[in-house]
Design a protein around this ligand. Sequence first.
Ligand code: SF4
Length: 276
Amino acid sequence: MSKPLTLLLEEQGPFGIDGDVDAAKQRWIAYRVANGYKATATPLLGDPESNLKLKKTGYAESQMAIVYGLSLLPADASGIDACVWRSPECTSACVLMTAGHSTFPTVRQGRKVKTLFLRDHPQDFVLLLAWELRRAAKKHGGIAVRLNVASDLRWERIAPQLFELEGIVFYDYTKAPRSQRDQLGGKYHLTFSVSEKSQSEGEALKWLADGGNAAVVFDTKKGEALPETWHGYPVLDGDITDARHEDLPSAVVGLRAKGSARSMEAGGFVKKGVSS
Ligand code: SF4
């Protein structure tokens, strides 16, 4: 297995956001054709209306009503690891592989080609991404964006200029330790995602103590109340909205187990739904 994608890109970057977009588009089309697709420049960002996970953002009263997401192929399913801090249980339960239209081979193949285009032509990818983001922000008068819908890349190192784009709120989940990520002074909201790894709860407490957020999957059933606290920190219901950047500081984002995680025994990736 080659070097994880984020490390590979960080070594080569950072990549700028201004340049010849038309030339980048032509290389994207050629890459798609070489991989058996039609000669079209399919957008890198998902249609905000088509992603169920991002659709329930609860933005009704917020200015940032539209959420765009960049969906790559998670874990090492494309041949390069897009989530270097993942755990065995999150990998096997990954809803980005096991649920919804992510299970369709055609969707997976499209995401694979996109992931490999990022690996092989990172500067073109970032130029196209910035172009799409600018266009979407202008069209909607402001958007929210998740660059790591199904990956865990340090975009703050790969393409820090993206976070200077106007009218865009960036937010993501990460499994990286607090010391490994930079929220660029609040321009990139990150929520730590707790796993079954032995050091993961300790890392979550570091994020929380630092005013950040940590997401915890509980064995609480659908329709039932989540625990009120976790390690003394208040638990928010993360199933109501995906607008993580609007969460209170130092709050836990409680999630109910979904997909194959429902059958996992509490104590690992899934935690017991009692206050602690
Ligand atoms: S880190 Fe996230 S995207 Fe990657 S395998 Fe785990 S759950 Fe899936």
